[in-house]
Ligand binder design. Structure first.
Ligand code: DON
Length: 571
């Protein structure tokens, strides 16, 4: 039997700023039915066709990892502005063989010839757009290697079988949905100026309209090459050559060896406990797990009950402020820099950070001293969640960074290259697209991975198992944090409420609390302002959270897609 939860296929909510329109999206838009979910399994993804691809693979004998390949590949086709073969991602896996949890790190790497001078001019000023568009913006993609490893080591089916639904979607086409149409319209100029982007995505010289059929035969052929030859189909030979040529023709400095040498890393996730729950989350090169652990450890020093009350939101914001300060100071690719992970996530360190929090007043970020405890030690994205009937789990956050990445589709490969180089910190005073600042730990170096905020997370407690994650740049961490706090505050788990709840965010710098429009009352804001916070109302809602849950007693399933997107979740 299929039971449906929480899919408001609002095609506009993620991009529209209008209150009325958002309200319409949330409460009036018709629901879409999920594909038939096999018994005992649940998938929540950002697109109905990707969720269907995952279910098809489960029905044909695949496990959660095969389904994860199918969902990721389908998203690359139907949501090309968010993730794809030219990007990367993090897959958090729970493999019931041996109850093992691992993070597959398929994050992009800086090219071996990357230097700061490609991004900072001789006068010390950033070169406009260098990290955001064109060949200098793109890191070496990790996604195809991630898919091949996921299928080969963890899946039950051949890679070709799990890629088949995506190949069909690329070759035969699919109807452009309202979200795609809105995002493409928003970026119409960028696509018009890009390399091959107008040729592939435009119809009648314009961004495609909702309902038009988009075919990507070149991308289908690239997926077929990966089907036939595994990772070599992408990282060696003709396709690799086309990728290098395209990146370098628009300013990049890639070599074929950069592609040939690309390696997925299998990393031990970050694990910590909060009020009896075991929380497992992303390791470096994502800040997600460490920052989450720090914030939860700080909150553990307070009697936090409801992160939604303004009094307690103040504590959450102060904990976020401190967690993000450490993100900026200490975090970077641990293959390149010493990161004091154990000390940052230690309960004693959290006590010292918590003791600086005044329950009645905001700490100005500019006055928050660099923490002593660790001072001397130095050195547009998508998420989906899957549980299968055997108990395997996947939380995956995949990205090409900002909408439509670097704006380069490489030659005739159909592959849209990412702009993840923007996630490096060029210089401490230069913020990136998410206004994040950072230090040398996240400086550019050849073959290094840029620091991410992607936070695929498992929560295991008496109630059951939750898989949660979202896109949204730096706000991913606060979204996942609030989602978990709401989950822990519910006596009866209701994922739909969790994904729909309004969001607030703080990231140390800029020193302000950002809130979603229409989510918080004037009284709520006044309480925070009276404590000295600057509260800024965002001009649109953010995130596209995808969650699944399996209860400990009875094994009931829930799945929920964020009403801000058009995802579909079923179980
Ligand atoms: O890895 C990161 O943190 C970013 N590249 C993620 C970008 C993102 O979530 C964009 N989504 N709206």
């Amino acid at each position: 039997m299929i039971r449906m939860v929480s899919f408001h296929p609002c095609t506009w909510a993620a991009v529209c700023a209008s209150t009325v329109l958002v309200a319409w999206c949330l409460f009036v838009a018709p629901c879409v039915r999920a594909a038939d979910a096999p018994a005992g399994a649940a998938i929540a993804s950002a697109h109905p066709l990707a969720t269907e691809a995952g279910y098809a693979i489960l029905r044909n004998g695949g496990n959660a990892f095969d389904a994860a390949v199918a969902v990721a590949a389908a998203l690359a086709v139907v949501e090309p502005y968010s993730s794809g073969l030219g990007g990367g991602g993090l897959w958090l896996l729970h493999d019931i063989r041996g109850n093992r949890q691992v993070m597959l790190d398929a994050r992009e790497t800086a090219p071996s010839k990357a230097t700061l001078s490609q991004y900072i001019a001789a006068d010390g000023k950033p070169i406009a757009g260098a990290t955001l568009r064109g060949g200098t913006a793109a890191g070496i993609p990790g996604m195809p290697a991630g898919l091949a490893l996921l299928a080969g080591k963890y899946g039950r089916l051949p890679l070709a079988q799990s890629l088949a639904p995506a190949i069909a979607l690329a070759r035969d086409g699919f109807k452009v949905d309202g979200r795609f149409a809105a995002v493409a319209m928003l970026r119409e100029r960028f696509l018009a100026d890009g390399v091959n982007t107008a040729r592939i995505f435009f119809m009648d010289n314009h961004a495609p309209a909702e309902g038009q059929v988009l075919r990507q035969p070149e991308l289908a052929l690239t997926l077929e090459a990966i089907s036939a030859y595994g990772r070599d189909g992408f990282y060696l030979g003709r396709i690799a050559g086309a990728l290098v040529a395209a990146a370098n023709a628009s300013g990049g400095a890639w070599t074929t060896a950069d592609l040939e040498n690309y390696q997925v890393k299998e990393r031990e996730p970050v694990r910590f406990t909060y009020r009896g729950a075991t929380i497992t989350s992303a390791a470096l090169p994502s800040a997600g797990g460490i920052t989450l652990a720090q914030v939860f450890n700080i909150l553990d020093k307070f009697q936090l009950k409801d992160a939604r009350s303004p009094e307690q939101a103040h504590l959450v914001i102060e904990a976020l402020r401190r967690g993000f300060q450490d993100r900026a100071l200490y975090l970077g690719d641990s293959d390149f820099v010493e990161v004091p992970v154990a000390r940052l996530t230690d309960a004693k360190y959290a006590s010292s950070r918590a003791s600086g929090i005044d329950p009645t007043h905001a700490t100005m970020s500019s006055t928050l001293p660099a923490p002593q405890a660790v001072k001397d030690e130095s050195g547009n994205t998508t998420h989906y969640s899957i549980i299968d009937s055997a108990g395997n789990r996947v939380g995956a956050t995949l990205s090409i960074n900002t909408l439509f990445g670097s704006g380069i589709i490489a030659g005739d490969t159909g592959v849209l290259l990412n702009n993840e180089m923007d996630d490096f910190s060029l210089l401490p005073e230069i913020p990136n697209a998410y206004r994040l600042r950072g230090g040398s730990a996240n400086g550019i170096a050849p073959n290094k991975r840029p620091l991410s905020s992607m936070t695929p997370t498992f929560v295991e407690d008496d109630k059951g198992v939750l898989v949660i994650g979202a896109p949204g740049g730096s706000r991913i961490i606060s979204m996942v944090l609030l989602g978990i706090l709401d989950y822990m505050n519910q006596s009866e788990v209701n994922l739909r409420n969790i994904v729909a709840a309004p969001r607030y965010h703080h990231q140390y710098w800029p020193d302000r609390v950002e809130i979603e429009p229409d989510g918080f009352s004037n009284e709520w804001r006044k309480v925070l302002e009276s404590k000295g916070h600057t509260v800024q109302i965002g001009n649109r809602r953010w995130g596209n959270m995808q969650t699944v849950f399996k209860s400990r007693r009875g094994g009931e399933l829930q799945a929920a897609s964020d009403p801000r997107g058009l995802g579909i979740a079923g179980y």
